[in-house]
Design a protein around this ligand. Structure first.
Ligand SMILES: Nc1ncnc2c1ncn2[C@@H]1O[C@H](COP(=O)(O)OP(=O)(O)OP(=O)(O)O)[C@@H](O)[C@H]1O
Length: 219
Protein backbone atom coordinates (compact mmCIF):
# COMPACT_ATOMS: atom_id res chain seq x y z
CA UNK A 1 0.00 0.00 0.00
CA UNK A 2 1.61 3.33 -1.05
CA UNK A 3 0.66 5.51 1.91
CA UNK A 4 1.83 6.59 5.29
CA UNK A 5 -0.17 7.20 8.39
CA UNK A 6 0.58 8.49 11.82
CA UNK A 7 -1.82 8.14 14.70
CA UNK A 8 -2.04 8.61 18.46
CA UNK A 9 0.40 11.51 18.21
CA UNK A 10 0.89 13.09 21.60
CA UNK A 11 3.37 15.82 22.41
CA UNK A 12 3.89 18.54 25.02
CA UNK A 13 6.50 21.26 25.34
CA UNK A 14 7.55 22.03 28.93
CA UNK A 15 4.45 20.26 30.27
CA UNK A 16 2.12 22.21 27.94
CA UNK A 17 0.16 19.80 25.69
CA UNK A 18 0.31 20.69 21.97
CA UNK A 19 -0.85 17.53 20.20
CA UNK A 20 -3.20 15.03 21.77
CA UNK A 21 -4.21 11.93 19.82
CA UNK A 22 -3.69 13.37 16.32
CA UNK A 23 -4.16 11.22 13.21
CA UNK A 24 -2.98 11.92 9.66
CA UNK A 25 -2.91 9.74 6.56
CA UNK A 26 -1.51 10.50 3.10
CA UNK A 27 -1.28 8.26 0.07
CA UNK A 28 0.57 8.61 -3.23
CA UNK A 29 -1.62 10.75 -5.49
CA UNK A 30 -3.02 12.80 -2.60
CA UNK A 31 -2.47 16.34 -1.36
CA UNK A 32 -3.49 16.52 2.29
CA UNK A 33 -4.01 20.02 3.69
CA UNK A 34 -3.33 20.79 7.36
CA UNK A 35 -4.83 24.01 8.68
CA UNK A 36 -4.81 25.48 12.17
CA UNK A 37 -4.34 28.66 14.12
CA UNK A 38 -0.85 29.96 14.89
CA UNK A 39 0.77 27.78 17.50
CA UNK A 40 -1.69 24.86 17.20
CA UNK A 41 1.11 22.42 16.34
CA UNK A 42 1.19 22.12 12.52
CA UNK A 43 4.99 22.40 12.24
CA UNK A 44 5.41 20.16 15.28
CA UNK A 45 3.29 17.47 13.60
CA UNK A 46 5.35 17.62 10.38
CA UNK A 47 8.62 17.48 12.35
CA UNK A 48 7.34 14.47 14.32
CA UNK A 49 6.52 12.64 11.07
CA UNK A 50 9.87 13.62 9.54
CA UNK A 51 11.63 12.58 12.74
CA UNK A 52 13.35 15.75 13.96
CA UNK A 53 11.05 15.93 17.03
CA UNK A 54 10.63 12.82 19.18
CA UNK A 55 7.09 12.98 20.56
CA UNK A 56 5.87 11.47 23.80
CA UNK A 57 3.92 8.96 21.68
CA UNK A 58 3.13 8.22 18.06
CA UNK A 59 2.51 5.27 15.76
CA UNK A 60 3.97 5.82 12.27
CA UNK A 61 3.57 3.38 9.40
CA UNK A 62 5.01 3.87 5.94
CA UNK A 63 3.88 1.52 3.20
CA UNK A 64 2.71 -0.91 5.91
CA UNK A 65 6.00 -0.88 7.85
CA UNK A 66 6.26 0.57 11.35
CA UNK A 67 9.06 3.14 11.47
CA UNK A 68 10.46 5.39 14.18
CA UNK A 69 11.56 8.41 12.14
CA UNK A 70 10.44 9.30 8.63
CA UNK A 71 13.82 10.59 7.43
CA UNK A 72 15.54 7.29 8.27
CA UNK A 73 13.52 5.60 5.51
CA UNK A 74 14.65 8.04 2.79
CA UNK A 75 10.98 8.26 1.75
CA UNK A 76 10.35 11.73 3.23
CA UNK A 77 11.30 15.26 2.27
CA UNK A 78 10.51 18.17 4.57
CA UNK A 79 10.35 21.85 3.66
CA UNK A 80 10.78 23.89 6.83
CA UNK A 81 9.26 27.34 7.30
CA UNK A 82 12.61 29.11 7.02
CA UNK A 83 15.34 28.96 4.38
CA UNK A 84 17.46 25.87 4.94
CA UNK A 85 19.90 25.79 2.01
CA UNK A 86 23.13 27.76 2.64
CA UNK A 87 22.96 31.07 0.74
CA UNK A 88 26.42 30.64 -0.84
CA UNK A 89 25.57 27.43 -2.77
CA UNK A 90 25.00 27.78 -6.50
CA UNK A 91 21.77 26.41 -7.92
CA UNK A 92 23.73 24.03 -10.14
CA UNK A 93 25.32 22.49 -7.02
CA UNK A 94 22.09 22.44 -5.05
CA UNK A 95 20.27 20.52 -7.79
CA UNK A 96 22.90 17.77 -7.61
CA UNK A 97 22.78 17.68 -3.80
CA UNK A 98 19.01 17.37 -3.43
CA UNK A 99 17.76 15.59 -6.55
CA UNK A 100 18.56 12.49 -8.53
CA UNK A 101 15.71 10.57 -10.20
CA UNK A 102 13.76 13.67 -11.24
CA UNK A 103 16.74 16.01 -11.78
CA UNK A 104 16.15 16.44 -15.51
CA UNK A 105 12.59 17.60 -14.90
CA UNK A 106 13.78 20.17 -12.38
CA UNK A 107 16.49 21.47 -14.70
CA UNK A 108 13.85 22.40 -17.29
CA UNK A 109 12.15 24.83 -14.90
CA UNK A 110 13.15 28.47 -15.55
CA UNK A 111 14.22 29.30 -11.97
CA UNK A 112 16.87 26.55 -12.23
CA UNK A 113 17.56 26.50 -15.98
CA UNK A 114 18.31 30.23 -16.09
CA UNK A 115 20.22 30.54 -12.79
CA UNK A 116 22.51 27.51 -12.51
CA UNK A 117 25.58 29.68 -11.87
CA UNK A 118 23.82 31.95 -9.40
CA UNK A 119 24.05 31.52 -5.63
CA UNK A 120 20.68 30.61 -4.15
CA UNK A 121 21.05 33.55 -1.73
CA UNK A 122 21.13 35.98 -4.67
CA UNK A 123 17.54 35.13 -5.65
CA UNK A 124 14.70 37.27 -4.33
CA UNK A 125 13.04 35.91 -1.17
CA UNK A 126 10.07 34.55 -3.13
CA UNK A 127 12.20 32.86 -5.82
CA UNK A 128 14.53 31.40 -3.18
CA UNK A 129 11.49 29.94 -1.41
CA UNK A 130 10.16 28.66 -4.76
CA UNK A 131 13.54 27.02 -5.52
CA UNK A 132 13.68 25.28 -2.11
CA UNK A 133 10.08 24.08 -2.48
CA UNK A 134 10.72 22.72 -5.99
CA UNK A 135 13.80 20.87 -4.72
CA UNK A 136 11.59 19.05 -2.21
CA UNK A 137 8.87 18.36 -4.82
CA UNK A 138 11.45 16.86 -7.24
CA UNK A 139 13.50 15.04 -4.58
CA UNK A 140 13.52 11.23 -4.57
CA UNK A 141 11.21 11.16 -1.54
CA UNK A 142 7.82 9.53 -1.97
CA UNK A 143 6.15 11.69 0.70
CA UNK A 144 6.74 15.43 0.75
CA UNK A 145 5.90 17.54 3.81
CA UNK A 146 5.62 21.25 2.95
CA UNK A 147 5.42 23.74 5.84
CA UNK A 148 3.85 26.96 4.54
CA UNK A 149 5.02 26.66 0.91
CA UNK A 150 2.75 29.50 -0.25
CA UNK A 151 3.71 32.17 2.28
CA UNK A 152 5.85 34.98 0.79
CA UNK A 153 4.83 33.97 -2.73
CA UNK A 154 2.85 35.97 -5.29
CA UNK A 155 -0.21 34.27 -6.86
CA UNK A 156 1.88 33.48 -9.96
CA UNK A 157 4.45 31.51 -7.94
CA UNK A 158 1.76 29.79 -5.87
CA UNK A 159 0.27 28.49 -9.13
CA UNK A 160 3.73 27.32 -10.22
CA UNK A 161 4.05 25.26 -7.05
CA UNK A 162 0.62 23.71 -7.57
CA UNK A 163 1.41 22.93 -11.23
CA UNK A 164 4.63 21.14 -10.26
CA UNK A 165 2.97 19.19 -7.45
CA UNK A 166 0.32 18.09 -9.99
CA UNK A 167 3.08 16.87 -12.33
CA UNK A 168 4.56 14.66 -9.57
CA UNK A 169 1.30 13.51 -8.02
CA UNK A 170 1.25 10.09 -9.63
CA UNK A 171 4.58 9.32 -7.88
CA UNK A 172 4.16 11.06 -4.55
CA UNK A 173 1.91 12.13 -1.70
CA UNK A 174 2.05 15.68 -0.33
CA UNK A 175 1.14 17.19 3.03
CA UNK A 176 0.77 20.98 3.00
CA UNK A 177 0.26 23.36 5.91
CA UNK A 178 -0.47 27.00 5.16
CA UNK A 179 -2.46 30.00 6.34
CA UNK A 180 -3.67 30.65 2.79
CA UNK A 181 -6.65 28.52 3.74
CA UNK A 182 -8.59 29.19 0.51
CA UNK A 183 -5.68 27.84 -1.55
CA UNK A 184 -5.38 24.80 0.71
CA UNK A 185 -9.10 24.08 0.80
CA UNK A 186 -9.57 24.47 -2.96
CA UNK A 187 -6.46 22.55 -3.91
CA UNK A 188 -6.01 19.70 -1.42
CA UNK A 189 -7.68 16.32 -1.93
CA UNK A 190 -8.52 16.33 1.80
CA UNK A 191 -8.05 18.88 4.54
CA UNK A 192 -7.78 18.53 8.30
CA UNK A 193 -7.79 21.21 10.97
CA UNK A 194 -5.65 20.97 14.10
CA UNK A 195 -7.53 22.48 17.00
CA UNK A 196 -7.17 21.97 20.75
CA UNK A 197 -4.57 19.30 20.03
CA UNK A 198 -6.95 17.16 17.93
CA UNK A 199 -7.69 16.81 14.21
CA UNK A 200 -11.02 17.49 12.47
CA UNK A 201 -11.98 16.77 8.86
CA UNK A 202 -12.74 19.95 6.95
CA UNK A 203 -14.90 20.13 3.83
CA UNK A 204 -15.77 23.80 3.53
CA UNK A 205 -15.51 27.26 5.07
CA UNK A 206 -18.45 26.53 7.40
CA UNK A 207 -16.43 23.72 8.99
CA UNK A 208 -13.60 26.19 9.55
CA UNK A 209 -16.03 28.63 11.22
CA UNK A 210 -17.56 25.83 13.31
CA UNK A 211 -14.18 24.95 14.80
CA UNK A 212 -13.20 28.58 15.34
CA UNK A 213 -10.42 28.82 12.72
CA UNK A 214 -12.33 31.55 10.87
CA UNK A 215 -14.20 34.37 12.58
CA UNK A 216 -17.90 33.74 11.92
CA UNK A 217 -18.33 36.91 9.81
CA UNK A 218 -15.41 36.14 7.42
CA UNK A 219 -16.25 34.78 3.95
N1 LIG B 1 11.16 23.73 20.66
C1 LIG B 1 10.08 24.20 21.32
N2 LIG B 1 10.13 24.43 22.63
C2 LIG B 1 9.05 24.88 23.33
N3 LIG B 1 7.87 25.15 22.74
C3 LIG B 1 7.78 24.94 21.41
C4 LIG B 1 8.86 24.46 20.63
N4 LIG B 1 8.47 24.34 19.34
C5 LIG B 1 7.19 24.76 19.31
N5 LIG B 1 6.76 25.11 20.54
C6 LIG B 1 5.42 25.56 20.90
O1 LIG B 1 4.51 24.58 20.46
C7 LIG B 1 3.34 25.19 19.92
C8 LIG B 1 3.15 24.70 18.49
O2 LIG B 1 4.17 25.25 17.67
P1 LIG B 1 4.18 25.01 16.10
O3 LIG B 1 5.36 25.75 15.56
O4 LIG B 1 4.09 23.56 15.82
O5 LIG B 1 2.81 25.72 15.68
P2 LIG B 1 2.25 26.04 14.21
O6 LIG B 1 0.84 25.56 14.19
O7 LIG B 1 3.16 25.51 13.16
O8 LIG B 1 2.27 27.64 14.27
P3 LIG B 1 2.43 28.74 13.08
O9 LIG B 1 1.20 28.65 12.24
O10 LIG B 1 2.52 30.03 13.85
O11 LIG B 1 3.70 28.41 12.33
C9 LIG B 1 3.55 26.69 20.05
O12 LIG B 1 2.90 27.14 21.21
C10 LIG B 1 5.05 26.84 20.19
O13 LIG B 1 5.37 27.97 20.95
Amino acid sequence: MDEFFVDSVQHSFDGRPVLNNVYLKCGVGEVVGVLGRNGCGKSTLLKIIFGTISPHYKHLRIDDKIVSKGFLTGEFAYLSQSFFIPHYLKLGVVVKLYTNKYQNLLLKLPVFRDNLNEKIGSLSGGYRRLAETLLMIYSDAKYVLLDEPFSQLSPFLIEEIKTNINLMLSYKGFVITDHYYQHVLNYASRTILLHNGCNYNINNLDDLRLHGYLPSMLH
